[in-house]
Ligand binder design. Sequence first.
Ligand code: ADP
Ligand code: ADP
Length: 226
Amino acid sequence: AASITVKGLTKAYDPQTVVIPPMDVELKAGEFTVVLGPSGCGKSTLLQMIAGLERVSGGKILIGAREVQDLEPKHRGCAMVFQNYALYPHMSVFENMAYSLKVAGMAKAERAERVAAVAKMLGLADYLHRKPGQLSGGQRQRVAIGRAIVREPGVLLFDEPLSNLDAQLRHDMRVELADLHRRIGATTVFVTHDQVEAMTLADRILILNKGRIEQFDTPKAIYHHP
Ligand code: ADP
Ligand code: ADP
C-alpha cells in the first residue's frame, strides 16, 4: 500500500467554475478514507484525479513518492470500482477478472490461479463461466471488485459502488468490504453520500463541501461529540 499526498491541488473545468480550491491532505498508507459530501461537491472529480483519469488544474497528487500525472496508467498501482460496475458484457466473469492480468503479460496458469483465489474470496467461484447479464446486481458488483483487486493494487478507489444495490445487499456488501480491506490492506478512497457507509467503513472521513475539506477525522471524532 502507498500513501496519497494531495498538495495545493486545484481543479477548474473552466475558469469560471472552480470545483476544488487549493486542497492539502495526506491519506496514510493502508488507511480507508471515506469521502462524504452532497452531490456536486467534487467527490468524483477528486477521485478521478487521484486515478489519473482527470487532469489537475494546479498543485499535485503523489502516490507514494511519485506524481500521478508522471506515471503511466499501468504503473500507478490504482484500481477503481465504478457505481455502474462497467463490466465487459461480452466476457465471462473469469475473463472480466483475468483481462488486466493478461494485458500485464501474466502467464495463463498464474492468471487462472489468481482469479480463482479472488473469486473464492468474493463468493464467485460458481459463476466464473457466466456473463455479467446472467448475474444479480450484487454479483456484478462483486465481479467489479474482483476485477479491481486481482492485480493487487496499492490504491483502491471506489465511486459510490453500493448505491445501485438494495438495502439488504448494501448492508452485506459493507460488511464484505470491511473484511476485504482488513485482508488486503490497500490504501482505499471510497466516495459516497451515505453516512452509514462512512461510519462503518472509514478509518477517516473526509467531508467535502463545495470542494473544500470541512472535516478530516475519525468517525468517532466526527460523530461522537462529547
Ligand atoms: P460529486 O461527485 O461530489 O457529485 P463531481 O465531482 O461530479 O461532484 O462534480 C463537481 C462539480 O464539477 C459539479 O458542479 C459538476 O457539475 C462539475 N463537473 C463535473 N465534471 C465536469 C465536467 N466534465 N465538465 C464540467 N464540469 C464538470
Ligand atoms: P437477485 O434477485 O438477487 O437480483 P436474480 O433473481 O436475478 O438475483 O438471480 C438469482 C440467481 O439466478 C443468481 O444466482 C443469478 O446469478 C442467477 N441468474 C440470474 N439470471 C440468470 C440467467 N439469465 N442465467 C443463469 N443464471 C441466472
